[in-house]
Design a protein around this ligand. Structure first.
Ligand SMILES: Cc1ncc(C[n+]2csc(CCOP(=O)(O)OP(=O)(O)O)c2C)c(N)n1
Length: 320
């Protein structure tokens, strides 16, 4: 089984699925001859040609709008938005159209669209290149939001996202793109959307983290009796796996690199307050970025939750 990084795993998923399903097309800024800004689509243009791998104008709204039209008409578009910080120009298309085509048409039309975009901080790029605004999209009924945390999950989740009949926002943690290699099988496998993964079993505290925060969390809990959950799909969120764990451990820490206020951690904490508060030994603790715009590189280490901050939160809840 080949050892691949996340860029290679996503590329493999696209390549295999394009060969399997000729409805699949890829579009975005420089995804063709250049192979995309992070080279995720490298080689696809050469293999499948310009009718299936399309360079677009620099217009995120047009990319999303064209992809929605293709999806509604029976194609399987996978659109790349170059960085999550540029997705806001496509927000109207995703919220006002993609998310509600199924309900608007009372189920006569669906929108099997995937929007892929690099997201998250830690790559020392300027503003708008390190955003983590997943909660904006989790708030929109009709959109699914998926975040892989390594090469293996990236391939399996992307294949599931492409085959899903509804629109999926696929957030690729930029910091992980080339950081780790894992065994990634060639050929078909999918990981179900809406199902979390227990990455590490434990009995004293539940820690939820996704994307590039997962790796830091695993480092932070070393030596502690902590259960670590990787939701993999943020919307719809797998509440069952979370609640079962919290009912067992009685403690919860949520880690995300998005700002604290109205981040997904607030929703997770509210779910636990509603469904499992009597199992909690003490307050839920969130470890998140401060409520400021993503800073430039020099301050990034202070902005992103560090291993030390995550560990301090775990120690704190263990005192309850
Ligand atoms: C709205 C938006 N989308 C994407 C980007 C990322 N981006 C930066 S430079 C660039 C290519 C621009 O190409 P072109 O307009 O031909 O200018 P050139 O680089 O050739 O000067 C892209 C896509 C951006 N800065 N803003």
């Amino acid at each position: 089984m080949p050892q691949l990084n996340m860029v290679q795993a996503i590329n493999l998923a696209l390549r295999e699925e394009m060969a399997r399903d000729n409805r699949l097309v890829v579009l975005g800024e420089d995804v063709g001859r250049d192979g995309g800004v992070f080279r995720v689509t490298e080689g696809l243009f050469e293999q499948f040609g310009g009718d299936r791998v399309m360079d677009t104008p620099l217009s995120e709204s047009a990319i999303a709008g064209a992809a929605i039209g293709m999806a509604v008409c029976g194609m399987r578009p996978v659109a790349e938005i170059q960085f999550m910080g540029f997705i806001y120009a496509a927000f109207d298309q995703l919220v006002a159209h993609a998310a509600r085509i199924r309900t608007r048409s009372r189920g006569r039309f669906t929108c099997p669209l995937v929007i892929r975009t690099p997201y998250g901080g830690g790559i020392k790029a300027p503003e708008l290149h390190e955003e983590s605004t997943e909660a904006l999209f989790c708030h929109v009924p009709g959109l699914k939001v998926v975040v892989p945390s390594g090469p293996y999950s990236a391939k399996g989740l992307l294949l599931a996202a492409i085959r899903d009949p509804d629109p999926v926002l696929f957030l690729e943690p930029t910091r992980l793109y080339r950081l780790v290699k894992e065994e990634v099988p060639e050929g078909d496998y999918t990981l179900p959307l809406g199902t979390a993964r227990i990455v590490r079993q434990g009995g004293a505290v539940t820690v939820v983290a996704w994307g590039s925060m997962l790796q830091r969390t695993i480092q932070a809990v070393e030596g502690y009796d902590a259960e670590v959950i990787d939701p993999m799909t943020l919307a719809p969120f797998d509440g069952e796996t979370l609640l079962a764990s919290v009912r067992k451990t009685g403690r919860l820490v949520i880690v995300h690199e998005a700002p604290l206020t109205c981040g997904l951690g607030a929703e997770i904490a509210a779910t636990v307050a509603e469904e499992a508060i009597l199992h909690l030994r003490g307050p839920v603790v969130r470890v998140a970025a401060p409520d400021v715009p993503v800073p430039l590189a020099r301050l990034m280490d202070r902005y992103l939750p560090s291993v030390e901050r995550i560990q301090a939160a775990v120690k704190e809840v263990l005192t309850y």
